[in-house]
Write a protein that binds this ligand. Structure first.
Ligand SMILES: [Zn+2]
Length: 161
């Protein structure tokens, strides 16, 4: 193995940080730098080796994708949606309640926005009223797009560090 500092061929190389750069060097040259133990990259490192940058970016991207993952949430105007759908079907609150085996108060509370239906109730209402009570949202999308029109390489490197 070739020491990246002095070029000597040695059996073992040590990973050290020298002036902010990670280098694989021989025992002798290791004295000039700070040895890196394990996989942790010390704060002194200013220039990351490409494979580390790449790995971190990939991780970041995965995170970002997760971040942007669509999530199904209850529509904010569910009281309106339920009420209008119910009226469209010509059902009273009581009739609707009966259909989904709930109490009338449950329907009125939902329509007044005093109660958020749980998953089970959402499903029942959707089925009974032919509506969608959930919408796909990417909650964090705005936050992300605000900060970055387009990612520059500089941004990526900053992210990676
Ligand atoms: Zn050396």
């Amino acid at each position: 193995m070739i020491c990246e500092l002095c070029g000597r061929d040695v059996p073992r190389l040590k990973k050290v940080v020298i002036e902010g750069v990670i280098m694989n060097v021989c025992n002798e040259c290791a004295k000039f730098g700070k040895e890196i133990k394990g996989n942790e990259i010390p704060k002194e490192v200013k220039y990351l080796p490409p494979e580390v940058v790449k790995e971190r970016l990939e991780k970041k991207h995965r995170r970002r994708r997760d971040y942007l993952d669509e999530e199904e949430v209850l529509v904010e105007d569910y009281p309106e949606v339920v009420r209008r759908a119910r009226e469209r079907k010509g059902l009273t609150q009581e009739e609707l309640a009966k259909r989904i085996l709930e109490k009338k108060t449950v329907i009125s509370k939902i329509e007044r926005g005093e109660m958020r239906p749980d998953e089970k109730l959402i499903k029942k209402l959707e089925k009974a009223l032919d509506i969608k009570l959930k919408e796909k949202v990417a909650v964090t999308y705005k936050k992300d797009s605000k900060s970055s029109g387009a990612l520059t390489l500089g941004d990526l490197l900053k992210d990676a560090l």
